[in-house]
Design a binder for this molecule. Sequence first.
Ligand code: PMP
Length: 405
Amino acid sequence: SHILNLYRAHLSKGRATLAELFGSHMEVESSGAWLRTSDGERFLNCGGYGVFIMGARHPIVMEAVLDQLNRHPIATRILLEPTVGRAAEALVSVAPPGLDRVHFALSGAEAVETGLKLARAHGKHRIVATRQGYHGKTLGALTASGKEVYRTPFQPLLPDVRHLEYGDADALEQELSEHPGEVCFIVEPVQGEGGVNIPPPDYLRRAAALCREHGAFFVLDEVQTGMGRLGHWWGADLAGVVPDVLLVGKALGGGVLPVSAAVAGRKAFKPFDKDPYLHTGTFSGAPVLMAAVQGAIRAIKEEDLVARARDLGARLLPEVERIVTDRIPDLVVSVRGQGLMIGVELVEAGLAGEFLIELFNHGVVGNHSMNGSSVVRFTPPAVLTDSDVDFFLESVERATRDLVD
Ligand code: PMP
């Protein structure tokens, strides 16, 4: 098609090949949990890497964004801007206790850079991260990300980085005790891109305690897990920890605009307190983005989406597990989930790709996992109706059937 040719000519061959696998629809309209194409097909959107906890174009978010867009979208950065103050207040109102300072940015990777820079400003120049962890692809975030193929072409990255086994608190203890006062530990509460890896129940609590004990800086990357995805506002709440810095992105913009944030305690944030030019970005705190943040948080609160994510997850996970263990027991390694982040690990990456295509053929969009390529990942919105749930489960069932045919 013409668009595929544009991909080939101006984007990349790899992207064209990927797009071709899923057909090339000319126009897509998204609304709530659904995508509709101009040729009359519809898809339940269980992809989006965690962006769509409130579905697409949620009315509360749209109203807030459109109103701001029509009045004053981008800030002067000189005048007092009510929107950035109010968005920070809203975010702090739902953040773990004691985290009351906010730096807004645009992408998840930029939030990660903010966390790493805060740590460095406190003298924590060593980065300890996890294998298969994902933190983004800017140079600093890539240093922390734990998949070699994405890192190798860009070496040398930031120095003094170690990647430990995810979930291994003993390895962390060893590493931290060897470098007291020098480490920034960055970790996800559940590894998303790593393939929905859920750590042992006491991992994060131990990690937090070890960081405190050995003077390490604890950065919790909730870019994918935050904003209710796990059936709690934050993975931090689920684990009962408060990090030095919590990173949020994706759903923070209400599924409408790109916005991220690093949320920190007063002490952790101190390096940024005095000099307003130390860590800046042109579009940081732009009013239209701040309207999206306020809309997103209001939508989640008013529609009780955190509890709904928890309930829906509790319903979907055993059903998905039952279907795949009934239908394709030899092809599945395990089914894992927490709230509305569900992963199906297949015996090999190629099968995961085929499963995604079969799901797509039956009207469900899922995602592959960049750092855990044999895992098919579902991150549905918390606004699924009963009939959406039925549609999803039927599609999964049909997709498993076609996978073995
Ligand atoms: N951290 C985590 C946990 C993520 O899942 C992602 C994106 N998948 C990022 C950081 C990077 O976010 P972005 O792609 O917006 O830079």
